[in-house]
Ligand binder design. Structure first.
Ligand SMILES: [Zn+2]
Length: 291
């Protein structure tokens, strides 16, 4: 990966350590301040425990996408005012539809972070993806705007610049020399770790934004998006520094048409098709010889 080459150059100049002068991409300004949370707020990634099943695919080393059905268990997410369906059930049905469509096509491997009504901590969701060695992470949600029942359409979120720098500092503090980032062993020097993580995260953010644009291009003809369909936010599930990640809001449960659509067989099929087209196109650019 390109960033590894950049990394070698950067390691020779520790004065470049995170501090400021990163060009902002989201209109949030270039200056970055690293603020460390107290240790009790640092979530620890589970190092063991059962991993979800992974579907098979053709080829020698097919890429892996992890689909994360938002919410679950004691966390129901939003509730549709039209019939009372809970977001956690809608996201699971959508995620399964996406997985099944991808599995039928057989070009990429797929795993779900949950395949039942179970509760998962937000950090555990991307920790599962990291342990599986995922190449892409997609968290599925359904939106709610109680004060605007006209709001409609899908939105794609990627991590904001400021949020990622903060998380890079947290992760460096948390994992220190123990982890692996993008195949590079972390250094005993926490300053070098910060550079390593920061570079990996920057590369992931660029790929995430590329995938967001690809998803809109491939899926907008299939299902509706909001006019401002790409937004940046500080979502915990997007913070795996070494896995391109998006959060997909499939539609508004507070809008009668959207609510019915995301719960319908036709809606699930179309969302799964748009996702599959985007995911396969994404990996075709990078890995797939036969796509
Ligand atoms: Zn949600």
């Amino acid at each position: 990966m390109m960033w590894l080459l950049t990394l070698l150059a950067t390691m020779l100049g520790p004065a470049l350590i995170v501090g400021d002068v990163y060009p902002g991409t989201g209109g949030q300004g270039g200056g970055v301040t690293i603020a460390l949370d107290p240790p009790e707020k640092l979530a620890k990634a589970p190092a063991d425990g059962p991993l979800p099943a992974v579907t098979r695919a053709r080829g020698a080393s097919p890429p892996l996408v992890v689909i994360d059905p938002g919410h679950g268990g004691r966390d129901p997410g939003a509730t549709s005012p039209f019939g009372g369906t809970r977001e956690k059930d809608i996201t699971l049905a959508l995620a399964r539809a996406i997985r099944d469509d991808l599995a039928r096509s057989g070009r990429v491997r797929v795993a779900l972070t949950r395949d039942g009504d179970s509760y998962l901590d937000l950090h555990d969701r991307y920790a599962v993806a990291r342990r599986l060695g995922a190449d892409l992470f997609i968290s599925i949600h359904a939106d709610a705007a109680p004060s605007n029942d006209q709001a409609r359409g899908a939105t794609v979120y990627t991590l904001s610049e400021v949020a990622s720098d903060r998380e890079a500092a947290l992760l460096a503090a948390r994992e220190n020399a123990a982890g692996l980032i993008g195949g590079a062993r972390l250094s005993p020097d926490p300053n070098v770790n910060l550079i390593l993580i920061d570079l990996a995260q920057r590369e992931s953010m660029n790929v995430s934004a590329d995938f967001a644009r690809l998803l809109h291009r491939e899926a907008a003809p299939v299902f509706p998006f909001r006019p401002d369909w790409h937004r940046f936010a500080d979502f915990v599930v997007l913070k795996a520094p070494d896995i391109p990640s998006i959060l997909f809001e499939s539609g508004y449960l507070t809008n009668a048409v959207d609510s019915a659509y995301v719960q319908s067989e036709a809606g699930r099929r179309q969302i799964a098709e748009g996702m599959r087209r985007a995911i396969e196109a994404h990996f075709a650019r990078r890995f797939l010889p036969d796509a």
